[in-house]
Ligand binder design. Structure first.
Ligand SMILES: NC(=O)c1ccc[n+]([C@@H]2O[C@H](COP(=O)([O-])OP(=O)(O)OC[C@H]3O[C@@H](n4cnc5c(N)ncnc54)[C@H](OP(=O)(O)O)[C@@H]3O)[C@@H](O)[C@H]2O)c1
Length: 337
């Protein structure tokens, strides 16, 4: 079977390639940069022409290459996410089953309460570009499966993950003290999925019978979904248990403010006094609000059971891999005069 995996060095691509290899397949792997000593082929998709040897009759193309940055402008998201998909589609023929990794947050459509007109009602440039990508997948003449994960954490068994991005920023801001407050709804839902389950959904689609009609798989906890207060309890509980074992003071629990309180009362008052680093943290953490305070969980086709355990293992793996960060003494905010 001729299988191409794009974004093969990233969080999802690494796990997908591991699983395909374990099942006896030899996927051709591409990423923007080729990690030293790996089988990955370097190709900056959308900016460089495809290497000639990638022009073949692919049975399956798993497309994960994209930027996961929420703060992208339309132009940035077009080149970072839409252009790589267009480049992949140029290599896909009518006999290619395209397995495209999207995001579960498109379930809200471009009508989220926090939608932005610049992004056609989506909440940010990332979601906007993923919606355009799903439209492009609809134009692929062959079979197509779309896999929609929520926030991705480490593997269920050991918390392992190829890179710490997205949700891991929250851990870093908590231990550094940059998360002076947590903004969100205490009962809001926060969907997470272990990377191995996301990869299972991708691999099952890739090796299964190509669907006659486009299929959408959503990996999420649904009725088991964590709520923000519990999520914070688990994160701080895991960090502080580990710190106690190291003889370190616990990380204090930041106060929780509703988005309304924060945006209407607190932020306008403090904004001009924030240092550039604090302002950047506020912008980044602001992006999390929508992801950790959902009014309803998703309706999964692949159910994430016991997400609390996934979160505990993922935090433990992060601390074991980044002990210097996990040992930091949180610095309380000081306002710039
Ligand atoms: N992580 C999450 O929480 C999450 C949640 C929902 C959906 N998703 C979706 O899952 C997919 C994979 O995300 P991820 O977390 O695995 O991302 P990631 O860890 O950032 O990895 C992205 C991979 O794509 C490659 N890539 C990016 N732009 C490229 C380009 N122009 N040409 C070639 N390769 C390029 C990167 O190459 P380098 O290795 O050289 O950087 C990297 O290998 C994305 O479509 C994302 O939208 C992710």
């Amino acid at each position: 079977m001729q299988i191409l995996v794009t974004g093969a060095a990233g969080v999802v691509g690494t796990e997908v390639c591991r699983k395909l290899t374990a099942k006896g397949h030899t996927p051709v792997q591409v990423a923007r940069r080729a990690p030293a000593g790996s089988d990955v082929i370097a190709w900056n998709m959308g900016s460089e022409p495809a290497p000639e040897h990638l022009r073949r009759d692919w049975d399956v193309m798993v497309h994960t290459a994209a930027s996961t940055r929420w703060t992208m402008s339309r132009d940035e998201a077009t080149s970072a996410t839409i252009a790589p998909l267009r480049a992949a589609l140029e290599l896909a023929g009518p006999g290619t089953h395209l397995v495209h990794v999207s995001t579960a947050y498109l379930a809200h459509g471009g009508t989220a309460a926090s939608g932005v007109p610049e992004f056609d009602g989506y909440r940010n440039g990332y979601e906007w570009s993923k919606s355009i990508c799903e439209g492009l997948v609809g134009g692929h003449p062959g079979a197509a499966t779309i896999v929609r994960p929520p926030l991705i954490l480490g593997r269920r068994d050991d918390g392992g993950i190829a890179r710490f991005s997205g949700p891991y920023t929250l851990l870093q801001t908590l231990v550094s003290g940059l998360a002076a407050v947590v903004v969100g709804e205490p009962d809001g839902y926060a969907e997470i999925a272990p990377v191995d389950q996301v990869a299972d959904a991708v691999v099952e689609a890739a090796l299964g019978v190509p669907p006659a009609e486009r299929v959408i798989e959503t990996v999420a906890a649904g009725s088991h979904c964590l709520q923000l207060t519990r999520m914070l309890d688990i994160i701080l509980g895991s960090i502080n248990e580990w710190r106690a074992g190291q003889g370190l003071d616990p990380v204090p629990r930041p106060p929780m403010l509703s988005a309304d309180q924060w945006h209407r009362f607190y932020l306008p008052l403090v904004h001009e006094y924030l240092s550039p680093v604090q302002a950047e943290a506020v912008e980044l953490l602001g992006m999390f609000e929508a992801y950790t305070s959902m009014p309803e969980p998703f309706e999964p086709t692949s159910v994430v059971s016991d997400p609390a355990e996934v979160l505990r293992r993922s935090v433990a793996y992060w601390m074991a891999t980044k002990p210097r960060l996990a040992r930091r003494t949180p610095e309380p905010w000081q306002l710039v005069a």
